[in-house]
Design a protein. Structure first.
Length: 339
């Protein structure tokens, strides 16, 4: 029950193939071999699918599904959990007073409950699935977007309404005739990357995480980083990431741009005294000898893994960078020292 100040091995999974991981405010979910689901953490709202107030160790859940079904997506909101089997069968546990469970007016479950998706075509599947703090979004293989939950700040991408209690289709002309190739979820904002090399965002924008130079919430998608993206070769790869209230754009191998909240240094910028956010994308100076391999964000920190080759050696060199509380820049983390 005490904070852990250094990376620590979880012995439960030391001999397993972990295929999915997700975390909510105070709970975690791990999937092994795409079939066995383990949960731990706070459970006062039923987000672990049991009646116990908390679990101090990971425990395998016994969800009655066909043994041949495989977990394709998991996602945790603040106080609820979704599990998707075979990209079609959706189960939820937990609490939401804003409709994020997609169960109509029901605000809480007493265990795992199946969510019906009558609008999902017979050959259509779930391509992307994710949760914000109190909202949930599905992207299908037919490139249709459905959202539900809290929408007071626009995070569902739907017309203004306090809450949507069932999955409702998100229709915007900026997504027509485009394929969504990546979608990322902050606590109250969403960032989308299309196959036309376009990045869009919508939702909460108090900290400038929509990269528009202002702090105005958006109920419809707005274009992000167009000038920056067009300044690079069209062959450069694009990637997007979201933290709680910050947004990151990676162009090519090592060009990192950030915007949003930085009161704890989570975007790795040394801002002027008193500045707590950046409302436009700004470039972070990283060591160009390394390529950005992957990137993940929490509420108040960001974590990037880099790799590359030195000119003097053929051996690969990897390093991990962290931007977190009281670190106004990315710093090296020696993971090897903890193993």
């Amino acid at each position: 029950s005490s904070p852990v100040g250094r990376p620590t091995l979880v012995d439960t999974f030391s001999n397993c193939v972990v295929t999915h991981i997700s975390a909510g405010y105070h709970h975690s979910v791990v999937v092994v071999d795409s079939k066995d689901v383990y949960v731990c953490g706070k459970n006062r709202n039923g987000q672990l699918g049991s009646t116990e107030p908390s679990l101090q160790e990971f425990r395998k859940i016994n969800l009655q599904v066909h043994p041949r079904k495989r977990v394709t997506h998991i996602s945790c909101g603040s106080r609820f959990t979704f599990i998707v089997y075979d990209a079609r069968d959706v189960y939820v546990a937990g609490f939401s007073s804003y409709g994020a469970l997609a169960l109509g007016e029901i605000t809480a479950t007493t265990g795992w409950t199946r969510v019906l998706l009558p609008w999902l075509g017979p050959t259509e599947q779930i391509k992307f699935f994710g949760c914000g703090s109190n909202s949930t979004t599905i992207v299908t293989t037919n490139n249709r977007i459905y959202s539900c939950g809290y929408c007071n700040e626009g995070e569902c991408g739907l017309p203004f309404e306090n809450s949507y209690f069932n999955f409702t289709q998100v229709i915007h002309e900026c997504f027509s005739e485009r394929e969504i190739v990546q979608i990322e979820f902050g606590y109250y904002h969403v960032i989308v990357l299309t196959n036309h090399r376009e990045v869009f965002g919508y939702g909460y924008n108090y900290y400038g995480q929509l990269c528009q130079g202002d702090r105005i919430c958006q109920y419809k998608p707005v274009r992000i980083g167009q000038d920056i993206i067009s300044s690079y070769s069209p062959t450069e790869r694009l990637r997007i990431y979201c933290g709680g209230h910050h947004t990151l754009l990676v162009v090519g191998n090592c060009n990192l741009y950030v915007a949003g909240a930085c009161m704890y240094g989570q975007i790795g910028l040394e801002l002027e005294p008193g500045e707590e956010w950046a409302t436009e994308l700004r470039k972070v100076n990283l060591d160009t000898r390394f390529s950005i391999l992957d990137f993940h964000c929490g509420m108040y920190h960001s974590f990037v893994r880099c790799g590359g080759r030195f000119n003097t050696s053929d051996s690969k060199m990897f390093k991990t960078l962290l931007s977190c509380v009281d670190k106004r820049r990315f710093v090296d983390v020696d993971i090897a020292a903890y193993t």
